[in-house]
Every structure is written in C-alpha cells, then in structure tokens.
Design a protein around this ligand. Structure first.
Ligand code: TXA
Ligand code: MG
Length: 319
C-alpha cells in the first residue's frame, strides 16, 4: 500500500513535523549541501530496514550517520587525533569519516552492516542542522533515490523516485554542492574511499601528505564503488568534443557554447558539481529512447574528480 508522501517546507513548523515523523520511526528525505538524504533513526532497526526497502537497495551496505557536531559524533565513534584535526578543519561540511564504532553507541547493526566502524558526517546545510537538533539523535541517511539511479539534488527529484514509499520530504531547495560527501577511511592511515564534495587537494593540504585511494570496484563496500551507478536510461559517453547528431551534448566551459545543455558555461567546477545530477536528469529526458548523452571533457582536479567519478559510473556497462 503506497503512502502519501508529504512535502514539508523548511520552516520551523516543517522541521518540527519532520522531527516528529523521525521520532515515530518514519522516513524523511531532507536537504544537505551535497544531495538530499533519506533519513531515519539510526538507532531503530525497523526505520533503517525501511530505508533499504524504500530505495530497493540490493545489499545492506553500511550507511552514513549524520550528526550536528563533533561532540555528538564522539557519542557514537572513537575520535582519533587525526579525525579531530580534520573535523576542526572541515566539519560541518562534505567530509565523511569512517571511525571506530563505540561499543556503547547503540546504533542499529544494519547501519554499520555489522562492521566495527561507523561512517560519520556533520552536514553544513542549515535545514539539515536544524532537523538534527530538533530530532536530537543520529540520522542514518543514504542519498534519497532508488538504488542505482541518479542522486537527488532537489525535492522534486526525491518525489520522482520515492513518492509513496516515505512519509515526507523536507523541501530546502537545490543542493549547493551537488555531489555526495568525500569519504575518508583512517585505518591504518588516511585513505580516500570515495571522491566527493570536499576536494582531495584540500584534504591533502590539511594532512600534509598525498592521499592513498581505497576504491575497489571488484569488491565494493560502497554503492558509489559499483562500476555501474547513477545510471540514466540513455547511453552515456564521456570526453566528447564532437557529439553525434543523435546525442544530447552536455558542455563544460566556453569551448562548448553550441551545446544545448552545459554543466557550467564558464567552466566553473563548483557550479558544474551543483548542476551535475539535475543536468543528467534533463539530458536523460531529452535523449528519450535510443539516443545517447555525450559529456564534454571535465578536468580531473578539485571537484572535477568527483564529477568524473560519477560520470564514469553513469557511463559504465549496465549489469
Ligand atoms: O553526501 C553524502 O554523503 C550523502 C548525504 C545524504 O549525506 N549520503 C550518502 O550516503 O551518499 P550513501 O549511503 O549513498 O553512501 C554511504 C557510503 C556507502 O556507500 C558505504 O559504503 C560507505 O558510505 N560507508 C558507510 N559506512 C562505512 C563503513 N563503516 N566503512 C566503510 N564505508 C562505509
Ligand atoms: Mg547514493
């Protein structure tokens, strides 16, 4: 039986209503600066199980736990010195750290997939922060899209994928960053598990050393590490400077002025990241059946790394 999904405004009343739904074990999609998250009480097995069910996620991959600050994070995870340094530098913001789980954390084992670590993120978005304060507990939240589909950066994207499967969407407008958080592991040393909204260069500058890369497509522990992910209906080609007539060309920078769609006309990577998933949806709708989408080359630097990572998955052969 599908339920009616409410759309709540990001006002104090809307946020209070969302917090109440979460306290009752319901699911609320909410805006963060990266993408919309599908939130549920991270301590409640049933709420967490419903997150997997609503997304039709094929595996019980571990979920990110969202908290308002480092002090709250320390209730659920051990905070090594290095994590404290990075939290001081980058929280609140698009950095997720995988930390040792505290034995007394009280999180649903479904959140951590039975691991002895937990991924923690302190989002910067004002509505997410207000929701976390109003709820007063840890929120498990993967991106608010059906598994394997394009991540949502607007409330209507969430409704398109999950309407009828969740209690509510808190509408906070478009997400500013537009790609998911950067995920950093710390054991035995710092390792980049997923490129994301915090550029690798910023982390390396804070660490004073280059970062090892830990992504392993053959043995994924993150859905973002599955080869095919973020899949539109249309076939996707990358690095295209001369599109075919049947392709919807998505440009980047002033060299692609003729492209009908662009990630950023001026070649700004921050703007491109913020536009990425919305443009992918638009291009998919324009391409229709049988046509393709061709993306112009994106430089492999700063947020360009996260953009290219998501585009490579969108272009990967489908299972
Ligand atoms: O920006 C974001 O991070 C968004 C917003 C909503 O905050 N959330 C998000 O969550 O992207 P999700 O579930 O799509 O990605 C979480 C990833 C998972 O793929 C999982 O593999 C990894 O984090 N992860 C979670 N816990 C982990 C752990 N203990 N060890 C290693 N990886 C972990
Ligand atoms: Mg996701």
């Amino acid at each position: 039986m599908p339920m009616k999904t409410q759309i709540l405004d990001a006002t104090s009343d809307g946020i209070a209503a969302a917090a109440e739904i979460l306290r009752e074990g319901g699911l609320v999609a909410f805006p963060t600066e990266t993408v919309y998250g599908l939130g549920g009480d991270a301590r409640a097995d049933r709420a967490v199980a419903r997150i997997f069910d609503a997304k039709a996620r094929p595996h019980f991959n571990p979920l990110i736990v969202h908290l308002p600050d480092l002090e709250a994070a320390a209730l659920y995870a051990e905070i090594p010195d290095l994590a404290r340094t990075l939290a001081d530098a980058f929280w609140p913001g698009p950095l997720t750290m995988v930390l040792p789980l505290r034995p007394d954390a009280g999180l649903s084992p479904l959140v951590t997939a039975g691991l002895d670590t937990v991924a923690i993120r302190v989002p910067a978005h004002a509505t997410a922060r207000a929701l976390l304060r109003a709820f007063g507990g840890p929120l498990a939240a993967p991106s608010a899209n059906p598994s394997g589909r394009i991540s949502p950066t607007r409330a209507d994207h969430v409704m398109a994928g999950l309407s009828g499967r969740i209690e509510a969407v808190l509408d906070g407008g478009p997400c500013a960053v537009g790609v998911e958080s950067t995920i950093l592991g710390l054991e035995p040393g710092p390792v980049l598990l997923r490129p994301g909204g915090l550029p690798q260069e910023a982390l390396e500058a804070a660490l004073g050393q280059p970062l090892a890369s830990g992504g392993n497509a053959a043995k994924p522990n993150a859905p973002g590490q599955l080869a095919s992910h973020y899949a539109p209906e249309a076939r996707v080609r990358l690095g295209v400077t001369t599109p075919q007539p049947t392709e919807v060309w998505v440009g980047f920078g002033p060299d692609c002025a003729q492209a009908p769609l662009t990630l950023s006309a001026s070649g700004d990577l921050i703007e491109a990241a913020a536009n990425l998933f919305h443009i992918l949806r638009l291009a998919d709708a324009q391409a229709g059946a049988g046509a393709g989408i061709a993306f112009a080359p994106i430089p492999e630097q700063g947020l360009g790394r996260a953009i290219n990572d998501r585009l490579r998955r969108a272009a990967a052969p489908r299972p």
